[in-house]
Design a protein around this ligand. Sequence first.
Ligand code: M6R
Length: 610
Amino acid sequence: MCGIIGAVLVQGLVAPLIRQSLKRLEYRGYDSSGIATVNAGRIYIKKDKGKIDDIHRRLNFDALPGVIGIGHTRWATHGPPSRQNAHPHIDCSNRIAVVHNGIIENYQELRESLVDRGHILLSETDTEVLPHLIEESLQTTKELVQAVAKILPQIEGSYAIAVLDTSGTALVCARKESPLLLGLGTTGFYCASDVPAFLPMTRKTLVLEDGEIACLTAQGAVLYRLLSTGGLAQLPPRQPTTVQWTLDMAEKGGYPHFMLKEIHEQPRALLDTLRIRKEKLQKFAEEINKHQTVCAVAAGTSYHATLASRYMFSQIAGRFMHSVVASESPEIIDTSLGNDAVIIAVSQSGETIDTLHALKGLKRQGCTILAITNTVDSSITRLADDVLYTQAGPEIGVAATKTFVTQLACLASLSIHLGEITGKQKHREASELFLKLNKIPDLLQSIIRNRESLVKETAQQYVAKPSFFFLGRGISRATAMEGALKIKELAYVHAEGYPAGESKHGPIALVEEGFPVVFVAPNDRTRRFILGNIMEMKSRLAEIITICSSEDERLIELSDRVVAMPPTLSNIFSPIGYVVPLQFLAYYAAIQRGFSPDQPRNLAKAVTVL
Ligand code: M6R
């Protein structure tokens, strides 16, 4: 998730405006940034690794000349943060500059054929293929907008791009699956990943739809539909809407809190994570398979992701995986594991000191370390032998939400690849599992759309309760534990996440009339046992809140409150969907109890103390 901005001014210098816009997009990524402008037939670029203000102090972005410019703030996906990998990227002849947000899946093939045709590419990014392809296209096409349109049909993956060239009359932008909005002002025209970028200049905005291209000039914006042949069909002018948001609201996408925004971003984050290259996952899975012992190490929510994935590894790949809380690792596995062990280290931030400390010990013992993280160039990436990046984009709310579902998606994909290697899954069965996994972003969208208000009511009903149980069996135990963690950390309510079968061995003693027990109960092979656990709680007059399939009539009948889930959500991947109501529950419980969900007390986004 990067931030892009493009601007065409009627007069004045565009660079200071772009720099300030980038500041307002910095929440989308901040490991490098850059600006390109065009003036008198020449492109000017300043870019570097680091935060915008620091780069500006060193390079002075504002000195770039011209009324047309593009800017980018990067959240690295292909290639580490560096000057070379920072956007904008240019072609061989310095005639075209491009900024891009998204992932070009077939960039490797495109890159190889460009190199074969004599192009010199300087970065490791997927984006850099774009200016070079446009360079070729401009040899046979006069207008920039036509040249861009011509190359887009061959781009697989997602993009929001802004392009300028030395003709210096127009800026072209296009979009497929990554956000891009137009801002229509009186003194300038803009395109950006998000409204805050141009909010101080204009409140009039248009959403550019997938497959549309816009050409911005000092006279306004002309919209086109991209044809599969690479041609263009001009669209009739569209009425802009007027945004009423304050800047603070706009930064949160109109949501009152980052956490709510991030819950709503989960389908997108999942989709991007499911695009991780097959070869990369395959390589990871092969490395895992080489080792006798597989052990996951993580903390907090990331630990819960590893707990869920144990069931995936076992049921899909036939491989047993240990899962150890990072802070406990030195006491239990440091001295017992050696070079026949592979460690799967999961950390959103890549900076959790418990996890890093555990990994250092395990590395000394000769273990192979494979990291899954959301943060490029974080400390964990330097300790690891290989790294997989989840594609959640920066997560600002302290509570992990979208990073949790992307970790699960990553581990689920890994388990399918591993299953094919171990022979537990035939190729056809693995393909069916991938199909099921790829359906989840849409299912998540429908859960978010259809269940939020119901969960909000549920939170209202139980907000005064001092204590909760969250129970699940099998893979749902991890979901239950995550639900309990969320409500504890955000609403400051006591909650226990427990294996449902274990609840009768002690915790049930706490249950009395009206005690709320949340059951996470997909229709998998544990369901007949969970039915018994529900009966045990019911007979002690507990209030039963169940998250189960909308087709599970028996559980629905037994429960006081139900959050029904789509029956098409595959059981083995169910935590990815079933956690969403629990995130909403914690969020709304916090709001109703008067606490800020974005910054819970005593917590930090990255915990860097042992
Ligand atoms: O950055 P990490 O994934 O390593 O963080 C681990 C935990 O601190 C983290 O998951 C924490 O539990 C969550 N913020 C809770 O929502």
